[in-house]
Ligand binder design. Structure first.
Ligand SMILES: Nc1nc2c(ncn2[C@@H]2O[C@H](COP(=O)(O)OP(=O)(O)OP(=O)(O)O)[C@@H](O)[C@H]2O)c(=O)[nH]1
Ligand SMILES: [Mg+2]
Length: 471
């Protein structure tokens, strides 16, 4: 797939102008090439003799023979103490498009190959510095668009998932050893009874089951919590969307039925990624036009697809009846909002049935609404671990680490658990130990695909293709 004996190089910083750009060279030839193209600044006072040293930054010039290309800082790393575990050189040059590509071209001229997407991380993986879960976490950190997604990925990068997978693997291997030795030495006292084997398998299965169950939460944190703004026409839904976004994103008008299609926007509230969906007002279909009816159908669909519903009602409109909506949103986590509080005398309003009274027009109580929304969002999570502060997590019997698996890992864990289930069935039916241990080996092979211990080139290619060049 990738030739790992070549020396490779790439620009590691984003394309464009900036204060500095970083060019990384990795492989056996990297120090030799670095030394060829770099000339150290002469410091007469220090009178130093220049040579490359691990993690010792030097100031100087990148030169193509006598022609100076740029003034730079160069930083060599000696194998195995680098990102890739190979000899590596990083050049910090000025961040112009032209100058950066000239430095890169000079490296290429000296026989280095341009790195492909994710090739540096791939080397860190094949050279055993990180496993595949950690490689995937690096890419997640780079692409994360909210604080929570970064925090999940950093936990995994620090080995939280790797440790779990290694733990499951060890337990399954021990069981295989125990089962196989009872076949080879049947007269010996088996170190585990059939009941014990089954109980152990059930434990592993349930630990894996927890990881699978919690993956939904990871998705909410990574991709954002879907919040639909629904209610009767003219209640102020689009005004609320605009108020939350702090921009005039949706059309607001006093004409009922203004919003026809759903309008979706992502915002960050307190480090949470929230996908807000403004919907068409729901009213009797008889009074709605054909396109509005289609919009109403979409609103209903949006309610089904959302994690939280904001039900908006106009406090000045007596016909805004919440009961009509109660069926539509009964199974949903929701906040019922009385809007246009600026137009009513609050002493005459019964707060009954409303969680909060706001003015979407002038922003009254919007900060409190955001707080309520975050409380609702937090309640979607398993209090045992997740995003709670460490102390709260420990108080609930959770642990210091949490990890949310991605879709690829989830599919493999489901397959792993079904192989464990099969082996439990076989054990319960007293079917041959060989078949039981074959199923357990199959379960281990799924764990090995997660960590990358054994995995097809095709899957590796797909994973690293998602990385950018230079990573
Ligand atoms: N005074 C006052 N007027 C508001 C408030 N919120 C919305 N309005 C007004 O109510 C009218 C309807 O507002 P929209 O935000 O378009 O209502 P909507 O629920 O999106 O309406 P549809 O898209 O037709 O379903 C507009 O004239 C807004 O200016 C509020 O809090 N106070
Ligand atoms: Mg609207």
């Amino acid at each position: 797939m990738f030739n790992i004996s070549d020396t490779i190089c790439a620009i590691c910083t984003p394309k464009g102008t900036g204060a500095i750009s970083v060019i990384r060279i990795s492989g056996t030839e990297s120090w030799k090439i670095g030394q060829k193209i770099f000339s150290q600044t002469q410091y007469p006072i220090l009178n130093t003799q220049y040579s490359f040293e691990h993690m010792y930054a030097q100031h100087g010039y990148i030169k193509d023979n006598d022609k100076t290309i740029d003034e730079v800082i160069i930083l060599p790393y000696k194998a195995p103490n680098s990102f890739t575990t190979e000899d590596t050189v990083e050049i910090f040059c000025h961040g112009g498009l032209q100058v950066t590509s000239q430095v890169l071209d000079l490296c290429l001229k000296h026989g280095v190959r341009q790195a492909k997407n994710g090739e540096f991380t791939f080397r860190a993986f094949v050279n055993g510095r990180i496993d595949l879960t950690e490689a995937e976490a690096i890419n997640e950190i780079i692409s994360a668009d909210n604080e929570k997604a970064v925090s999940i990925a950093s936990q995994i990068l620090s080995g939280s998932l790797k440790d779990k997978i290694v733990g499951f693997r060890e337990k399954l291997l021990n069981l295989i050893t125990s089962i196989e030795s009872s076949v080879e030495f049947p007269m010996d006292i088996a170190d585990m009874s059939k009941e014990e084997v089954v109980a152990n398998l059930k434990n592993i299965q349930s630990e894996i089951g927890e990881l699978i169950k919690d993956s939904r939460e990871g998705l909410l944190l990574r991709e954002g919590i879907k919040v639909s703004i629904v209610g009767p026409t003219n209640a102020g839904k689009s005004s609320l969307l605009n108020q939350l976004l702090e921009s005039e994103r949706a059309i607001v008008s006093d004409e009922p039925g203004t919003t026809r299609d759903t309008v979706e926007e992502k915002i960050l509230i307190d480090g949470w990624s929230v996908i807000l969906v403004d919907t068409a007002g729901i009213r009797e279909k008889d009074s709605a036009s054909k396109s509005e009816k289609m919009g109403i159908e979409r609103s209903k669909q949006s309610i089904q697809n959302s994690d939280i519903v904001l039900g908006v009602f106009d406090l000045t409109n007596k016909s805004h009846d919440q009961s009509e909506f109660s069926n539509l949103i009964k199974d949903k986590s929701k906040i019922i909002i009385g809007n246009k509080v600026d137009l009513v005398d609050t002493s005459n309003i019964s707060k009954n049935g409303f969680d909060i009274l706001i003015s979407a027009k002038n922003g009254d109580n919007i900060t409190q609404l955001k707080k309520l929304l975050i409380e609702k969002a937090s309640s979607l999570f398993n209090t045992r671990h997740s995003i709670l502060p460490l102390e709260a997590r420990l108080a609930k019997g959770g642990n210091t680490q949490y990890c949310y698996i991605n879709q690829r890992q989830k599919e493999l864990l489901i397959q792993c658990n079904s192989a464990i289930e099969n082996s439990t069935d076989l054990a319960n039916k007293n079917i041959s130990e060989d078949l039981i241990s074959d199923e357990l080996k199959n379960a281990i092979s799924k764990l090995d695909e997660i960590s990358g211990r054994t995995i097809s080139d095709e899957v590796i290619k797909n994973i690293f293709a998602k990385f950018c060049i230079g990573k």
